[in-house]
Design a protein around this ligand. Structure first.
Ligand code: FPP
Length: 237
């Protein structure tokens, strides 16, 4: 396949509806959703995608019923622990990005060990955005940039004249290429506070498939759709 995106990002939506359609508890939708993550990781690696990211939990998701939040967090711990051997032996580098201060100690410790163990792998990079929001990211980047400048004694004038270039290095995604393609499942057509800065020139693809049904064929169809897009970055070709 030609024109393979370097970074594909997935807004996994529709787990609850998938479960409801089957008369099951929402949680089963999340469990099946983990299978879709696994399928997409395999399809992405096979296609030559270098970065695959998934929006697993937004800052806003903390407002869901406490029971659902707790079961989702438990599922993350289980899924990460269960998948780690396989990810590592396939050369996948695993990362979690987001406001980790809000995660509990058990989850943070699993994340740390998975990230440390796979840090030097050179295959696909799998990024899980957890407790993440685009506005949070931009704000923390601005604060970091200003506090570094203040610490090095920069004047207000020089802080106010800081250029756009280099701002990326303060974002939580520093060093990771911006997503070429952002896919959202389940028929919703919005970004929901995801990668607001990094997605400035991403191609967006909204598909009706519910996340638990988004597997290899759906991923490969999305790559085919991306290959047809004409990216101009605001310029004339
Ligand atoms: C959106 O569906 C899905 C989520 C908020 C959770 C997604 C998380 C996973 C699939 C777990 C991934 C785990 C790892 C380790 C990557 P929804 O609940 O908003 O569905 P609805 O819109 O139909 O209610």
């Amino acid at each position: 396949m030609n024109n393979i995106p370097m970074h594909v990002s997935l807004i996994m939506d529709g787990n609850g509806r998938w479960a409801k359609e089957r008369g099951m508890d929402r949680f089963y939708g999340h469990i099946e959703g983990v299978e879709s993550v696994r399928a997409c990781v395999e399809a992405a690696a096979l296609a030559g995608v270098k970065y695959l990211s998934v929006y697993a939990f937004s800052e806003e998701n903390w407002n869901r019923p406490q029971e659902e939040v707790a079961s989702l967090m438990g599922l993350m711990v289980k899924a990460m622990a269960a998948e780690m051997d396989r990810l590592d032996s396939n050369g996948v580098r695993f990362m979690v990005i987001g406001n980790r201060d809000r995660l509990d100690a058990e989850l943070n410790s699993v994340i740390d060990s998975c990230m440390e163990r796979t840090a030097s792998n050179s295959g696909l990079t799998l990024i899980v955005f957890l407790s993440y929001s685009g506005k949070w990211d931009i704000l923390q980047a601005a604060k970091k940039m200003v506090s570094e400048a203040l610490a090095s004694g920069d004047s207000a004038e020089s802080i106010l004249s800081m250029p756009l270039e280099g701002f990326d290095s303060y974002l939580s995604t520093a060093g990771i290429p911006d997503p070429d393609l952002i896919i959202r499942t389940s028929g919703e057509s919005r970004l929901s506070n995801y990668l607001l800065w990094q997605g400035a020139y991403s191609e967006l693809l909204f598909v009706d498939t519910l996340w638990p049904d988004f597997r290899k064929d759906e991923f490969n169809s999305a790559l085919e759709e991306y290959a047809k897009r004409d990216r101009r970055y605001g310029k004339v070709k």
